[in-house]
Design a protein around this ligand. Structure first.
Ligand code: SF4
Length: 246
């Protein structure tokens, strides 16, 4: 059906002539995409320092309202864009996935900053998730530590381009049998269970880092994390003193 395509079948010359008379010719699809891309409502939440840059983007100097995305909503049910701004700790990750599941559809995600993409400067922290893309699908990855407000606006424009290119007939959100929710991980004694969602993320099979950079240099004593599920060690039984021999 032509109305659901991005390209109108009307001749460009004729369109121009009609526009002079005040008649605009477009497709339902273009109109729909224009409406969606120009009224994105981000969710009002931040996780760490990147959130300060996100707040600055909404202030007068950078003015995200120019892109129609200034209505930061305090409820996931009224939001269609999640900006994951900051470090995602393993304790916080289940809440982020739950919020994503509760958002209105069609919904989009921008990961803002090195932390939310891959753990950032805390990548070796026992408590930090190495990328929220292990649990939910991401539309735009925005690197930096922190990315400046201009970078967030650039990411928003990239998202708008993505929305512009979508077609009603093929966009995932309008298909039958579309998966609506992603499993929320549990916070277990050794971190998150499961460690990732195989539907959206797979570990790299081949790791070429050693070929490129050589063996990692380990500084300090490497200690093994205690096994909290192991049975408790029985305390040593006190032995009676041995008799003294003359
Ligand atoms: S990427 Fe840098 S600025 Fe952003 S949350 Fe992480 S440490 Fe903070």
């Amino acid at each position: 059906m032509a109305f659901s395509k991005n390209q109108s079948e009307v001749d460009e010359g004729l369109k121009g002539e009609l526009a002079k008379k005040g008649v605009v010719v477009t497709t339902i699809n273009q109109l729909y995409n224009w409406g969606r891309q120009s009224s994105i409502w981000p969710m009002q939440f931040g996780l760490a320092c990147c959130a300060i840059e996100m707040i600055a983007t909404a202030c007068a100097r950078y003015d995200i309202a120019r892109f129609g995305a200034e209505l930061f909503r305090p409820s996931p049910r009224q939001s269609d864009l999640m900006i994951v701004a900051g470090t995602v700790t393993k304790k916080m990750a289940p809440q982020v996935v739950r919020l994503y599941n509760q958002m209105a559809e069609p919904k989009y995600v921008i990961t803002m900053g090195a932390c939310s993409i891959a753990g950032g400067p805390f990548i070796d922290g026992y408590n930090v998730l190495r990328g929220i893309d292990r649990y939910i699908p991401i539309d735009v990855h925005l690197p930096g530590c922190p990315p400046r407000p201009e970078a967030l606006l650039y990411g928003l424009m990239e998202l708008q381009k993505k929305i512009q290119s979508q077609e009603i007939e093929t966009t995932e959100w309008y298909q039958k049998g579309m998966k609506r929710e992603y499993p929320v991980p549990d916070f277990g004694p050794h971190g998150l269970v499961p460690k990732f969602n195989p539907e959206v993320w797979q570990p790299r099979e081949l790791d070429h880092r050693k070929d490129k950079y050589g063996e990692p240099i380990l500084i300090g004593r490497k200690t093994k994390a205690p096994d909290l599920d192991a049975p408790l060690a029985t305390p040593p039984v006190a032995q009676p003193p041995k008799p003294q021999t003359a």
